[in-house]
Design a protein around this ligand. Structure first.
Ligand SMILES: NC(=O)c1ccc[n+]([C@@H]2O[C@H](COP(=O)([O-])OP(=O)(O)OC[C@H]3O[C@@H](n4cnc5c(N)ncnc54)[C@H](O)[C@@H]3O)[C@@H](O)[C@H]2O)c1
Length: 458
């Protein structure tokens, strides 16, 4: 089966590569020439564990290609995945410009029956919109030509030029649940596959696409497109709520001297709660949770529903960054002129993605206070350099700490868990460690002579 993926970003590239590894013939298309040239010359534009190896394997096997030429990619494929960005508008709602443009492009290149699968995260009703755009913009061709091109039966239209036809297509909403930093693993070992479509034919084709996952007993949730669209937002909003909840408990712990780790452990042992997403810190970030919570809130508002919990989650998450800066101030006093060493820039470990990264937000707040920033991240330095010219970028953790007034751990990279703290203490101007990811045991660090603070435990 031939597959085309439109949008070769975190989701598109991982989806295309993994589907090629399932044995399908995949073309990944993107309008970004630089990205496609890089991929065609053996480079990989993003970091994801195991992705590079898998791309190389499938390119060599002839199952995976990259192109900027959408027309050929669409025409030769039976299933077209849309995996373009859905960033936020200024009011927080989802911006569907990229989706709409792609739908128009697909419409022009339809040459036979195709399944159009939307993988981007979108508000309810977008599948219907995509369908309308494709139907409206489809080229109408003469019946004889269509019959030559297509085995399936195009629908006849009566117009000025006699009998004309449009090619049939079906729409599927197939939201993606992979996590950056473990995207290949997540795609190949998902908790579930959600397929939202009203077409039994498209459903059968999608089951064929995901057959390797079906064979390992992955649960399939088959539903209508609207429900599938809302499932994705519901999952992200719920996870964002869970993170925010434990952060709120951590903030309360800070006030009363309780230990949030013991609380999270006990909560997690409750089978109804589960231990996942109960790690206190700087608040959720990344390319999905912040924009998806905002988009769901805006969508609910437009529907006339005041989604109160979500409103609270969004504002508490913003406040969490501010509270972390207050913590730093509590130890350093006035920040103007102080040098702060930040370890970690990516929004989480194992990724180079800094979109809505809590570390970046904290840096922004510290710069506003007049602090000077030294920083280090194993993978996200290049992306950060594109937005901040005025930081001191260092080679490693120790160069970062050198002569700084405090060390702040902002991303939970494994390599930050075992720092030589005595060395760090010697090279810091003052031995202050703000562990905003709770990587260290407070008592141990304090016993080394540090002024230490984590989140929700002293
Ligand atoms: N990143 C994640 O972890 C994740 C997880 C699940 C779902 N999602 C959702 O998946 C979607 C894509 O996210 P992403 O992080 O992969 O985005 P991304 O920004 O990394 O990639 C989007 C790609 O689409 C390309 N593009 C845009 N318009 C195009 C067009 N007309 N033709 C060809 N290419 C075009 C862009 O050049 C870019 O390379 C979003 O809706 C996002 O919310 C993301």
């Amino acid at each position: 089966m031939k597959i085309c993926i439109i949008g070769t970003g975190y989701v598109g590239l991982v989806t295309g590569t993994c589907l090629a590894d399932f044995g399908l013939q995949v073309t990944c298309a993107d309008q970004d020439e630089k990205k496609i040239n890089l991929l065609n010359s053996g480079g990989v534009p993003i970091y994801e564990p195991n992705l590079e190896v898998l791309i190389k394997k499938n390119v060599s096997a002839g199952r995976l290609t990259f192109t900027t030429v959408l027309e050929k990619a669409v025409k030769q494929s039976e299933v077209i995945f849309i995996a373009v960005g859905t960033p936020s508008n200024s009011d927080g709602s989802a911006n569907l410009k990229q989706i709409k443009k792609v739908a128009q492009q697909i419409a022009h290149y339809l040459n036979e029956y195709k399944v159009i699968v939307n993988k981007s995260t979108v508000p309810i009703g977008t599948a219907t919109k995509i369908k309308e755009i494709i139907s409206k913009n489809q080229n109408v061709i003469a019946r004889s030509e269509a019959t030559k091109q297509s085995q399936s039966s195009p629908s006849p239209l009566r117009g000025e030029g006699g009998v004309r036809v449009k090619h049939p297509f079906d729409i599927v909403s197939n939201p993606e649940f992979l996590r950056e930093g473990s995207a290949v693993y997540d795609f190949t070992h998902p908790d579930k596959i959600v397929i939202g479509t009203n077409s039994p034919k498209a459903l059968k084709i999608m089951q064929e696409v995901y057959r390797p996952l079906y064979l390992i007993n992955t649960p399939f949730v088959t539903t209508n497109p609207e429900t599938a669209e809302l499932i994705k937002y519901a999952c992200n909003a719920f996870l964002a709520t869970k993170i925010t909840f434990i952060n709120e408990i951590a903030n309360l712990c800070d006030k009363v001297g309780a230990d949030v780790h013991q609380i999270a452990k006990a909560m997690g042992l409750d089978g109804r709660i589960s231990p996942k997403f109960l790690h206190p810190g700087l608040g959720y970030g990344g390319s999905c949770f912040p924009k998806d919570t905002e988009a769901l809130y805006q969508f609910a508002t437009i529907c006339g529903y005041d989604f109160k919990i979500l409103k609270g989650v969004i504002s508490a998450n913003k406040r969490q960054r501010e509270l972390m800066v207050e913590k730093i101030k509590h130890h350093l006093g006035v920040l103007k002129g102080k040098t702060i060493a930040i370890l970690g820039l990516a929004f989480k470990q194992n990724t180079d993605d800094i979109r809505k990264s809590p570390a970046i937000d904290i840096i922004q707040l510290l710069l506003k206070e007049g602090a000077h920033i030294r920083c280090f991240d194993p993978l996200a330095m290049d992306n950060t350099k594109k937005i901040f010219l005025n930081l001191t970028y260092c080679q490693d953790e120790y160069e970062t700490a050198h002569n700084s007034d405090a060390l702040v751990i902002a991303t939970e990279w494994n390599q930050f868990r075992n720092l030589d703290l005595l060395k760090i203490k010697k090279i810091l101007k003052s031995p202050i460690l703000l562990d905003l990811r709770n990587l260290y045991n407070p008592d141990k660090v304090k016993s080394l002579g540090f002024d230490y603070e984590g989140v929700g435990r002293k």
